[in-house]
Design a binder for this molecule. Sequence first.
Ligand code: UT7
Length: 331
Amino acid sequence: MNKITAAITAVGSYVPDFVLSNQVLETLVDTNDEWITTRTGIKERRLLKEEGQGTSFMAIKAAQNLLEKANLDPKDIDLVIMATATPDMPVASTGVYVATQIGATNAFAFDLQAACSSFLYGMSAASAYIASGKYKKVLLIGADKMSSIIDYTDRATCIIFGDGAGAVLFEPNTEGLGLQDEILKSDGIGREFLKIEAGGSILPPSEETVKNKQHFVFQDGKTVFKYAVSGMADVSEKIMQRNNLSHDDINWLVAHQANRRIIDATANRMELDESKVLINIQKYGNTTSATLPLLLSDFENQLKKGDNIIFAAFGGGFTWGAIYLKWAYTK
Ligand code: UT7
């Protein structure tokens, strides 16, 4: 019997309508379009403005988009993995709510949090469930409402992040397509450089923490940048070597969209032609758990069955890694 691999067989996405442009940010903080564009590659991002709606709102829309495109009955889904750093609530899994709302009544569900690497780690988890032979349809959703944890008076973070959601379906494959290899890493040294200080068990919410703005994302951008450049490039190069892949063998780099310069550094180390590097950071900024599936969704029509794709991400924690996957269908 052929070995079971986990292939991505469908993709869906959702981004909110509201656009926050660099020009509008110029009116909020001391910044300018030229600085943001040259330092990050970002021109605009989407924000979820609907009152009372959280990450699940976007996750449900992305999942429904996938169900519709794939003509899939939600009752056939076995498992929903919700990759997110901004759950609806600190307690009560967002994934469980999403699964119920989309009608995945036969599935179990849980949240997976690994900052900007949540979706990449989720690909590993989803793939392992499929490869075990126990589950046939695993829905992996990456969604984040970063605007709920960003201080729009802090120019170090508000120019970077945006909101969005993407979803992929993993199914068993016996043709050798799907996930081939992975290198996943983490290092707790990163906790100091990218964090939300309060609201957790170390520093519960108080009047003081609100006044001190400790419920917003803090980032030491320079340090994170340094680690991100070497971390993402290292694992991407290593996964190529380990699988005897030259730059000619690789069709696409699907990298976390945090900063255009980090993506370019990774592509350079891989000696990849620019045309193979998927980029949409200019439209959405850093949507944390949603960047990878939003790339797949935006570029789905260009991906061909058998294409060799390297996925790479780096995020808070620190968490990072690379995945080598063979694409399983042509649209
Ligand atoms: O996805 C999770 C992982 N996160 C990341 O990968 C993000 C990693 N970090 C970055 O992408 C970059 O560090 C940033 C985009 C956050 C910042 O870019 P940078 O090139 O590292 O800038 P910097 O912090 O070194 O600041 C350079 C200068 C400073 O001025 P001086 O000291 O040289 O006079 C800053 O004060 O730019 C200034 N600056 C700004 N100027 C205009 C910082 N932020 C801004 C701003 N607009 N928004």
